[in-house]
Design a protein around this ligand. Structure first.
Ligand code: ADP
Length: 496
């Protein structure tokens, strides 16, 4: 495996084919079985990935247990330095990682995959600087006793990640876990195992063998034995609500802590006094149209007040129409392909459902690519639905595709009520020039992440995570590192 960045993603996919990372070595599954990794823009297989099962989980966890013993004894700041060194090395591979990610996920290189690859290093730099913040407290318990708390690592952390933003979401889990003194075993999503494997291989040039293991495989055969393994003391999961529940139940059997980052159906409220152009641009970003809408924070329920509604829809349609759909690796492309045939069918079924809704209008945007090489690609035209309300399935269920509903409202109170009338509570935005309305909404919107007049994506140092069915626990901050990847030990020294 070459250490230099490889900018031909197909060559890199071939070089990584059939391997995962256990105890510092790139290995096949114990069974020798594999599954195909498909380029969703062409339908062509680009690599095989090992079909990891319980025996592979066993080997990875055993390696992690061994490595963690020494790692816990490394000074916290030094652990941070090594994680920051990984950031430097990953920074040299941004182009390579972005291309590989575009190839396996179908996310356009310029608008999405390269951006994600560059944020990756930022997350490792951020957490790498927090080693010396793993502080305990002193407690004024008794004059005769020195009473204090220590932050200690949990041991081995199991991390299960999805395919939509695999590099970033993996980094938000493993960077704090490692700095806090844990070893990690990651189960990659079956749709996107390659770029995360390359990250693991790069980081293993810096980290001790066995500290960061990366398994590929399917959920029940590989993810479940990882969650259930007796030596895994913590599970951090990002994925669907349904699988999140399964993971939570399995963790409950072992009584281990779990962090869950699940789905969303995020509202965006646009008041009559909002800046139309900024709000429309915010909707394009918020809905993650350039990621084919494949985001748990997607602003998929857009509530627009009467006075701005028609102009908003017209401008939004024009803006989304102007996005170019095509080969994810082409620099001209704004929107790539949907990740897998299952997701493709799922998204299409919601579009069909919406078309059958009485009163609904489906505004189809952007043109499908005409390149014959992409004829078998999983491309879906973005759709903006109008004439619907918050009660329909389009507005209640997470679609995870380029489909949003624009819902008209007249009364602010009704908009807040509808925005909160959802099983989810991940993100929300309000667009208005009125400070009083903005501040009122920030207090009342039921979500883990509320923004006014903008739609920033996840950033290190900003607490990220949802309430209600959107999850348990927050990520991306110092507090998240302390709460989720350490336990607090109380020590009392009797000095009498
Ligand atoms: P999606 O439907 O988008 O693939 P999932 O929640 O099923 O979302 O997948 C997220 C991650 O969870 C993937 O890595 C997947 O393999 C894993 N997974 C699926 N089922 C299980 C399970 N029973 N136990 C542990 N992990 C699982």
């Amino acid at each position: 495996m070459t250490q230099d960045p490889v900018t031909d993603p197909r060559a890199l996919a071939r070089a990584l084919s059939g391997r995962m990372l256990i105890d510092g070595a790139l290995v096949a599954a114990r069974s020798g079985r594999t599954f195909e990794v498909i380029d969703p823009a062409t339908g062509e297989p680009v690599a095989e990935a090992p079909f990891g099962e319980a025996a592979d989980v066993e080997a990875a966890v055993a390696a992690a247990v061994r490595a963690q013993k020494d790692w816990a004894g490394v000074a916290a700041r030094q652990r941070g330095r090594l994680v920051a060194e990984c950031a430097r090395l990953l920074g040299e591979h941004v182009e390579e990682l972005g291309r590989l990610l575009a190839l396996e996920t179908g996310k356009a290189l310029r608008t999405e995959s390269r951006v994600e690859a560059s944020v990756l290093a930022d997350v490792f730099t951020f957490f790498g600087g927090l080693g010396s913040e793993l502080k305990g407290e002193t407690v004024p318990f008794s004059p005769d006793m020195l009473t204090l708390t220590l932050r200690e690592p949990i041991g081995v952390v199991g991390a299960i990640i999805p395919w939509n933003v695999p590099l970033l979401l993996m980094a938000l889990k493993i960077a704090p876990a490692l700095v806090a003194g844990n070893a990690v075993v990651v189960k990659a999503a079956e749709e996107a195992p390659l770029a995360v494997l390359r990250v693991a291989e790069i980081m293993n040039r810096v980290l001790p063998a066995g500290l960061f293991n990366l398994l590929t495989g399917l959920g029940p055969e590989c993810g479940a034995p990882l969650v259930g393994h007796p030596k895994v003391g913590k599970v951090t999961f990002t994925g669907s609500v349904e699988t999140g529940r399964t993971v939570y139940r399995a963790a409950a059997e072992k009584l281990i802590p779990v962090t869950l980052e699940l789905g969303g159906k995020s509202p965006m409220i646009v008041m009559d006094d909002a800046d139309l152009e900024r709000a429309v641009a915010g909707a394009v970003v918020g809905m993650r149209f350039t990621r084919q809408g494949q985001s748990c924070t997607a602003s998929s329920r857009i509530f627009v007040q009467d006075g701005l509604h028609d102009a908003f829809v017209e401008r939004l349609k024009a803006k989304v129409d102007a996005l170019v759909m095509g080969d994810p690796l082409d620099e001209r492309t704004d929107i790539g392909a949907i990740v897998s045939p299952q997701q493709f069918e799922r998204v299409r079924s919601y579009i069909e459902l919406g078309r059958d809704l009485p009163g609904a209008t489906a505004h189809l945007c952007s043109a499908l690519p005409d390149d014959p090489a992409l004829a078998k690609g999983l491309f879906v035209r973005p759709v903006i639905f109008t004439g619907v309300n918050n009660a329909c399935r389009l507005a209640r269920e997470e679609i995870f595709g380029p489909v949003c509903t624009v819902i008209r409202f007249s009364d602010y109170e009704a908009a807040i009520e509808a925005a909160n009338d959802s099983d989810y509570g991940l993100a929300a935005t309000i667009w208005t020039k009125d400070l009083r309305t903005a501040l009122d909404a920030t207090r009342r919107l039921e979500a883990g992440f509320v923004q006014v007049n903008q739609n920033l994506v996840v950033q290190p140092a900003l607490s990220y995570g949802g309430i209600k069915q959107s999850g348990l626990g927050k990520e991306a901050t110092l507090e998240a590192m302390l709460e989720h990847f350490t336990h607090k030990k109380t020590v009392i020294v009797n000095m009498a």
